[in-house]
Design a protein around this ligand. Sequence first.
Ligand code: ADP
Ligand code: MG
Length: 622
Amino acid sequence: MHRDPAPAARRPIRELGDELVSQIAAGEVVERPASVVRELVDNALDAGATEVCVKLSGGGVRGTIVEDDGEGIESDELALALRRHATSKITSLGDLESVLTMGFRGEALAAICSVAEVHLASRTALSPHATRLDARSGEMQAAARAQGTTVEVRELFFSTPARRKFLKTDATELAHCLEAVRRHALARPDVGFTAWHDGKAVLQWRSATARQRVLDVLGADFMAQSVPLELGTATLSVGGYAGLPEAARARADQQYVFVNGRYVRDRLIAHAVRSAYEDVLHGARQPAYVLFIAIAPERVDVNVHPTKVEVRFRDSREVHHAVRSAVSSALAASRAGALPLHTGAALASAANPSQQAATAWARGPAVGNGSPAVPTRAFNAVPWTSSPTQAKLALQELTALHVEEPAAPWRVTRTEPDTHVAAEEDAQSWPLGKALAQVAGIYVLAENSHGLVIVDMHAAHERIVYERLKANSAAAPIEAQPLLIPVTFAASGQEMATAQAQADELLQLGLDISPLSAGTLAVRSQPAALSGGNVVELARSVLAELAQFDASHVVQRARDRILSTMACHGSVRANRKLTLEEMNALLRDMERTERADQCNHGRPTWRQISVKELDRLFWRGQ
Ligand code: ADP
Ligand code: MG
């Protein structure tokens, strides 16, 4: 610990004044204007509002006004509402265990009052008029408004300039405020939300169904590129939407988790989702998702964080397992073998008012933010656009593929250049169509009712082999290889405990780990498929996972990793000539295989180029 060289004279212990206590508490609750928005909207929702209006000025720093049509506050309780630890939401510790309101600590309004100018106006159903209270002076006045409450917060941090300095530009603060509204809006589709900034309407969402609200808030692109998920157990339910792997993003900016209607950031849930994507997501990309978890209130503790953005589950393994299963089963269905094409397209267009999004489903996997793409060698996305120069560039990309093509002639014949329907019955009924040729020893070309399908045969085959291995080995134990000389390592108390408690699970993985002495573990066998690796590192990481997560999940994951390595070596390499029959067999296999849209490393396995896009490429009909 750091010590002053010349300690100041000891100061006596004193109790802090009320105002100072609130200011200190405000440090936790009110970080920036968005925190004010979050707390005030929480209060409006707790009051049963059906319409919430947020009016911001100067990024919310100059002013944040939240109006609601909730039950209101009696005029003689207005002053009390602003006091610290004053709440109408709980009266006993017992209430805390089953709390379903957003707030319950009674500190938000007090904290905000200590760092800003606040006016509170409210009217209940029975009062003849509204009453407005000036928090600073305590003055009360009759005011005009319908039933509900208005909280006006001005000049945030005016009395604490040091904190004001931490604020970012108005535009950034505004973005955070709107994000706070967005989270509430996702959680409560039954409530209408409006947001204004400097006199202009920036958001407006009417009360809607859950699905419509997700569409309103996250947009048609998200809807078109995500799958609904649904899972219910005796104690909890998980619903929402999981973004398709190819729609994953560079940033984790579209990841929403709600527990009993409360937006939370939770490492355990994030991990569970991530592990569901592990098999299909490329590298560092971030999946987009919205999850609504409903759990009996006594199974979750919401009182572990001042802003309640973190929660603690009584049975974290149960939650981890449910979330992972819900997401991974939603992702398992591949679109290569999905519904008949016309049904899929109809679904997508029902979901999307915009024409562009309506065809996104039929296009096959796209990379990036929903822009349709053609494959390049490096699997980079080339946005497909209609502008002539860009079309030309895209064309060069496409021809670049052909330049390296082997001697074999490559020709696509289209019987009727202007019809979207292929001549053969097969191409109609098979989602991935009928094989036409092989290009550059890597790509299989096929024609379906939408146009051209391009398949990366190695990537596709790798996925097929992997899924087959997984299906066949589900029950079989992983082969263990005994170590001639046991490897020992110094273990933490946690590691010792896990090794002993989960010895069976470890054996299932081919790992024989047992205590040698207090504080030392010995590894006597490891999975044969992973021999040659760092045994201690492997043991440590498996122990760490077992300590934290559902054991069956850890076993499954480790098994999958081993099988994925095997699949990669067992699949068709590039430059192998395939016959048309073999190509068709590959396409049919893909249609039958789960997760066939991505290889084991998360790269796309196929792309669709529609006839429309081909037409555009040749400036047909322009
Ligand atoms: P908490 O929400 O934790 O109870 P707050 O400081 O946020 O604490 O609010 C204190 C009390 O003021 C609430 O318990 C509630 O009774 C009342 N209140 C605050 N905002 C509103 C509102 N918009 N409508 C009705 N009552 C409100
Ligand atoms: Mg509150």
